[in-house]
Write a protein that binds this ligand. Structure first.
Ligand code: KIV
Length: 260
């Protein structure tokens, strides 16, 4: 699973036969430049998710429900989830949860909405998580996390996503559930892995998390291309005459007469 936020990238992911695409609310950070994901709006995400679906018709598409689009009430959660499923063509929606939102997940599942439950580090509640840090490192927190995973399965979730949890905890959760478990910074024992597109191709220019392997570095080639374009325009090298539109000779002569 990889994240994706636009049509052109979605086409490449489709050609690469990536099984699962997440249109994550990390969009707010990597594309809109927000400090956190909390400012992302449903309409933002529904619009780009539709574009991703057009570019990648084959992947299992997961829409990420943004901050406060599902926490206020089950009714609002169902209504907003419907936009991702019916308008954007998602196969499933992802919500950042713990046991306190089990009732909402249950109501969404009962309303025929496939739900992926995101557990562990929940960036939408970063303040209460005490910052971007691994969750469930001590035995008591780990036990709560393992219980939460079971509670989400019982509530009707169709998949789990574990973010920033110790490998041992991810393994216990994966072995103890029938659901597919996708990990990010959760070790190799999950059923699948997700990375944020900008991190894995080195697009952001910053320092991606240590757990996010860079499979390409596209920042420098893009910088080189932009700089070369700029200097070629200044130097009159681009565009060259041979690819520039020309008038037919007779029309050029006629124009000269008309202007003289
Ligand atoms: O929004 C997102 O991209 C995510 C991933 C970090 C899993 O939730």
């Amino acid at each position: 699973m990889l994240t994706c936020y636009d049509f052109a990238t979605a086409r490449i992911l489709d050609e690469a036969e990536i099984d699962c695409i997440l249109v994550g609310d990390t969009y707010g950070e990597v594309c809109l430049g927000y400090e956190t994901t909390q400012r992302v709006k449903v309409d933002h995400l529904v619009t780009i998710t539709e574009a991703v679906r057009r570019g990648a018709p084959h992947a299992y598409l997961v829409g990420d429900m943004p901050y406060l689009s599902y926490q206020v009430s089950p009714e609002e959660a169902i209504r907003n989830a419907g936009k991702f499923i019916a308008d954007a063509g998602c196969d499933c929606v992802k919500v950042e949860v713990d046991r306190r939102l089990a009732g909402t997940v249950e109501r969404m599942a009962a309303a025929t909405i496939p739900v992926m439950a995101h557990l562990g580090l929940k960036p939408q509640s970063i303040q209460s998580a005490g910052g971007y840090r691994v969750q469930g490192k001590n035995a008591e927190d780990a036990k709560l996390l393992i219980e939460d995973a079971k509670i989400m399965e019982e509530a009707g979730a169709v998949a789990l996503l574990l973010e920033a949890v110790p490998t041992e905890v991810a393994e216990i959760i994966s072995q103890g559930t029938e659901l597919p478990v996708i990990g990010i910074c959760a070790g190799p024992r999950c059923d699948g892995q997700v990375l944020v597109f900008h991190d894995m191709v080195g697009y952001g220019g910053g320092h991606p998390p240590r757990s996010a392997k860079q499979y390409a570095q596209i920042y420098q080639p893009l910088l080189d291309a932009f700089q070369q374009f700029s200097s070629e325009v200044r130097d009159g090298v681009f565009p060259p005459m041979d690819t520039s539109p020309q008038m037919p000779v007779d029309q050029k002569e006629l124009l000269q007469k008309l202007l003289s």
